[in-house]
Write a protein that binds this ligand. Structure first.
Ligand SMILES: N[C@@H](CC(=O)O)C(=O)NCC(=O)O
Length: 681
């Protein structure tokens, strides 16, 4: 093993953790803007964008199996990491290129002319990224673990904690930086949101990750691959099942473990190793449910944040930036848990076998949405532009008194005919144009109605509503939260109207017929609130983040180390891949329940997920209680010793009686394995 030690740690792990930091920066940075790229660049709808996003995440956690097989049976971890990192970097570059709108924008209007080119290139890029990030993931963690000797258990545990901190350091920085890069405007012929830069920086970081890993090359301990182990494992399991089936009759004595039915054909060491792996994989069965909830922070929780108020005083948080709460909490909680809580638990003599995790359910945040008209109804607004109140009688409705300069919104059937309205009352009917959902990304959707007899031009620093004809309305424009000043212009005359916006509201501003230019037009514009601003603060998501992150610290950091320490020497990466596979299944559950089942009420979906998780936690606690820790190195050493002794005996005393003895000894050794694994943790 590596001789260069710094403070008791192999120097080589420095390169591994830096590599992980850069790789996770690359992955999470790209992922942070991916849904928005789908929606605003590729122009996909919400459902398609969310489905492809979760499919991509699931794929990233399915490919570890491929990487692990290649590493453990063929190339070894070191070469697998190098080759797949190149694939990964190429994928990131493809994503960055796919986001350059100028490539296909031959008419230079700012929108790509051949969307197919961008879609195909980005899908190829995402596939290569999934192959790369997933393929190297189990290898990097296991390769890091390989750098420690048998006597360095404590250091190896600390390594896995530091490794996790690096993951979250990379994720935190990139989740802050890439949304900022995306918000920049760039382009050759026309300036557009800079997705190419938001993908380009992660691509550069992936190249850095690769270079750092190669620099450390001379210092690593590189365990040799041990043949096509996965094929042997599959064949051995297949044989055991077949053999058991062939001997199903009662006349054959039972064996201690169903894998023992492979003894006729397979090495006892291999059978013992498969038993170790199966034992751990069995324990993994309930785990996907944790990831089902956890990975919704990138989709459901972020969408929920768009319906919330992100004003934190000096800081205004964007909905997608709320995800940074998770890595921030990880960076705080992991050191606290490692240096304080775990030692305290150990001192108290508590057996901390399973980690319980609570989910926090926040109720429906759509309460700020008004009642929208159904497809057979239309939304009408009555606006009294006069200076006196008027009485309005609409068919099928009671007479209503409409005060001066006031708007009365109501919903009615489309085919209702309106007659005898006073000339100063505007009947504003805009069923097809009204916004029927919260504006995106916490913005406010604003439009103007011109009640004047002349056309008016309306603009702000952030948006231009254009020239609005008399008694006509503008399109919606998106305005950020905070104060906005609108300039109303008619010919050479102008005036200003200012107002404050929160998050996620929609307003229709009515310009009075009595407006006089040249002065402040504050009193000549009436604001009608179509959708209330978000009233629930984003800070209310923090407890949710706290609980899920506390669960992650106890469950995921320890799980990574557990998967390494319980794996036989030739299947370390395979078991890491098994652990990551649970994440893939978790994402498929989100896809099925959240995207396909389409539970109408969001709170009902949260309750369903939380209840499932509670049930799974109980099952997992029971399973964890009965799990017995093993020391794979010791078991393997015992088997190897026995095999060597048998070989020696075979050489010196060949004969039937001896063969029988060897067989008996092997079985004895096998019993020792079974006894060794009976000790509870
Ligand atoms: N806490 C997450 C990172 C994030 O979601 O920002 C984490 O540590 N995930 C593990 C990983 O390997 O990426």
């Amino acid at each position: 093993l590596n001789e260069k030690l710094v403070c008791g740690y192999p120097l080589s792990i420095f390169f591994i953790v830096v590599n992980e930091f850069c790789e996770r920066f690359s992955y999470y940075g790209m992922r942070a803007v991916l849904v928005l790229y789908f929606k605003y660049f590729l122009r996909w709808d919400d459902d398609l964008a969310t489905s492809i996003y979760h499919t991509f995440v699931a794929l990233c956690y399915l490919t570890p199996i491929l990487g692990a097989i290649v590493a453990d049976s063929w190339l070894g971890k070191f070469k697998t990491i190098i080759y797949l990192s190149i694939v990964y970097a190429v994928g990131q570059v493809a994503m960055a290129v796919s986001a350059i709108h100028d490539i296909t924008d031959s008419d230079r209007d700012g929108t790509p002319d051949s969307m197919t080119f961008h879609i195909v290139l980005s899908m190829v890029g995402l596939f290569l990224i999934a192959l790369g990030t997933g393929g190297i993931k189990p290898c990097v963690a296991a390769f890091g673990g390989d750098q420690f000797g048998e006597h360095q258990d404590r250091q190896r545990r600390t390594f896995f904690s530091v490794f996790y901190l690096c993951i979250n350091g990379g994720s935190l920085l990139s989740t802050i930086i890439t949304p900022v890069l995306r918000a920049q405007e760039c382009g050759i012929y026309s300036k557009q949101k800079c997705y190419s830069l938001a993908f380009g920086v992660p691509a550069a970081l992936m190249v850095v990750a690769l270079v750092v890993f190669i620099i450390g090359s001379g210092m690593y301990y590189k365990a040799e691959p041990q043949g096509n182990i996965m094929l042997d494992v599959c064949k051995c399991i297949g044989f055991a099942i077949k053999n058991r089936y062939r001997h199903r009759s009662k006349q054959y004595p039972k064996r201690q473990h169903w894998m023992d039915w492979a003894e006729e054909k397979y090495d006892k060491l291999l059978i013992a190793q498969i038993k170790m792996v199966l034992k751990v994989l069995f324990l993994y069965i309930p785990l996907p449910m944790f990831w089902t909830l956890f990975d919704q922070k990138g989709s459901r929780w972020t969408l929920q944040a768009t319906t919330m108020d992100g004003n934190f005083g000096a800081l205004v948080i964007q909905p997608d930036q709320m995800q940074t709460v998770n890595p921030i909490l990880i960076l705080t909680l992991v050191p606290i848990m490692d240096s304080l809580i775990y030692p305290l638990i150990k001192k108290c003599g508590l057996n901390f076998t399973s980690n319980f995790y609570f989910s926090f359910i926040l109720s429906n945040f759509q309460k700020t949405l008004p009642t929208f008209p159904s497809t057979s109804q239309s939304q009408l607004k009555l606006l009294n532009m006069g200076s006196n109140s008027v009485t309005v009688k609409l068919p099928g409705n009671d007479a209503l008194i409409l005060p001066a300069a006031q708007v009365y919104p109501f919903i009615n059937n489309c085919n209702t005919k309106f007659t005898n309205l006073l000339p100063e009352v505007i009947l504003f009917k805009s069923a097809t144009n009204d916004l029927t959902s919260k504006p995106q990304e916490g913005n406010n959707a604003i439009r103007f109605v011109n009640g004047m007899k002349t056309a008016v031009n309306v603009s702000t620093a952030a948006a231009d509503f254009g020239l609005i004809e008399p008694f006509y309305y503008s399109n919606y424009s998106q305005i950020k939260n905070g104060k906005a000043t609108f300039t109303l212009r008619s010919g050479s005359q102008s005036c200003e109207y200012s107002t404050n916006f929160g998050f996620g509201s929609s307003y229709t501003f009515f310009i009075h017929s009595t407006l006089v230019f040249g002065s402040n037009c504050q009193d000549s514009v009436t604001a009608v609130e179509d959708i209330k601003p978000n009233s629930v603060h984003m800070a209310l998501q923090i407890p949710q983040y706290f609980f899920i992150t506390a669960g992650e610290v106890m469950f995921s950091v320890t799980g990574l180390e557990f998967s390494y320490s319980q794996a036989p020497s030739n299947m370390k990466a395979v078991l890491q891949a098994g652990w990551l596979f649970t994440v893939a299944i978790g994402n498929f559950i989100v896809l099925i329940v959240a995207e396909l089942a389409k539970i109408p009420k969001q709170w009902a979906e949260y309750v369903l997920f939380a209840s499932l998780l509670v049930a799974v936690c109980v099952i997992f606690s029971i399973m964890a209680y009965f799990y017995t820790y093993i020391d794979p190195t010791e078991i393997e050493a015992q088997f190897k010793k026995k095999i060597n002794e048998d070989d020696e005996d075979d050489k010196s005393k060949p004969g039937k009686a001896e063969v029988e003895m060897v067989k008996r000894d092997s079985i004895k050794c096998h019993d020792e394995y079974d006894k060794a694994t009976q000790t509870k943790m």
